[in-house]
Design a protein around this ligand. Structure first.
Ligand code: SF4
Length: 353
């Protein structure tokens, strides 16, 4: 099987793995997975969700190597990124892994504010687990610029991290958490010079995005779904934001950061039709925005924990079709300087370009 098709299968089906590499349980992104390096690509593979027990894939460990097996047959070898920085602690005794983690092969990632204004309300995104990792003690509520600068310096030195992803829960303030992202990004940039990606909800006042221009290299403004019914049911807080506000935020961001430096997650498997993903991706690509299509990752403890991700049979043609659109428009992961698109562990779309 070609590597990209294997990646699609692993993203949808997950794999059973030895306990020591199960990965983080919760968080804001597609958590509950492990980072599998296969050939020259990397996949964020579900290892803890309920459906993993039914996956035909499992990892066997023998003679110091991990062997990926499908229905008991050897498929390929898998490597895992090392993160030496995650074994360190700050002077106050906070473990670095509670401040930021290695994502993919070489990306330092963190949720700068681990609380969300929508969490204890009916508006919470049904797939999200942002406050679960906080409740479990796996992280801290708000990471300071000093803490993140320290961790980023170590991650660059010890593990050759090449870029940084910063996300945030939405705050109750009009800047939606962007101000804190600016401060944190500035501290990391000064300490390391690394390219930085930040993610946020589109603010009403678009000039707030301009404040990121000096320190940040790429941004993610995530619509999650283009299907209005799905939005109302799954991401009610986002259903309250008109698509026009997203479009204006994407346009302004492309004008600041450039083509292929702005992205939006588009989640498959929330009840939408393929057409909504394909047409939505076309809209994004024509604006110069990368449609980061990911299969739903049902995280344990989230409101969608019992859902099943979309099948590889559905995802493969979706990736192929949208990759054609990317080729037409010139938008490409290879141009992207930082963030999820550069990391590409959660989507096989870059592998299909
Ligand atoms: S694609 Fe984004 S969320 Fe997924 S592992 Fe990479 S940095 Fe993390």
């Amino acid at each position: 099987m070609e590597t990209r098709a294997l990646k699609v299968e692993l993203l949808s089906l997950g794999a059973r793995v030895p306990v020591r590499i199960k990965g983080r349980k919760a968080g804001a992104g597609p958590a509950a997975g492990g980072m599998f390096i296969i050939g020259d690509t990397v996949a964020n593979v579900a290892t803890q969700s309920w459906f993993v027990a039914q996956s035909p894939y499992h990892l066997a460990f023998a003679h110091g190597r991990y062997r990926l097996m499908k229905n008991g047959e050897f498929v390929t070898e898998v490597r895992f990124p090392t993160a030496k920085f995650q074994t360190l602690k700050t002077a106050e005794g906070i473990p670095y892994y509670k401040i930021a983690l290695l994502h993919g092969m070489d990306c330092l990632a963190t949720t700068t504010i681990q609380t969300c204004v929508y969490w204890n309300t009916p508006l919470r995104c049904r797939f999200c687990a942002i406050e679960l990792s906080l409740q479990s003690g796996a992280t801290i509520a708000k990471k300071t610029p000093e803490q993140l600068a320290e961790v980023a310096r170590a991650a660059k030195l010890l593990d050759q991290v090449t870029h940084v992803t910063l996300t945030t829960g939405t705050t109750a303030t009009p800047d939606k958490g962007i101000e804190h992202l600016v401060t944190v990004a500035r501290a990391i940039k000064t300490a390391t010079g690394l390219p930085i990606h930040v993610q946020f909800e589109p603010p009403k006042d678009l000039t707030i995005i301009d404040r990121l221009a000096d320190t940040v290299d790429t941004v993610g403004i995530h619509v999650e779904s283009f299907d209005r019914t799905v939005q109302s049911a799954i991401t009610p807080c986002k259903a309250n934001i008109p698509l026009e506000q997203y479009i204006e935020a994407w346009k302004r961001s492309v004008s600041i950061f450039g083509e292929s430096q702005v992205s939006s997650f588009v989640i498959a498997g929330l009840g939408e039709h393929d057409e909504s993903i394909i047409e939505g991706s076309r809209l994004l690509a024509e604006l110069g925005v990368y449609p980061f299509i990911v299969p739903l990752r049902p995280i344990g403890g989230s409101m969608l924990e019992h859902k099943r991700p979309p099948s590889p049979e559905r995802m493969r043609p979706l990736f192929e079709t949208v990759a054609d659109i990317l080729r037409e428009t010139g938008v490409s992961w290879q141009k992207c300087k930082a963030g999820c698109v550069k990391c590409r562990a959660c989507s096989a779309l870059p592998d299909y370009e």
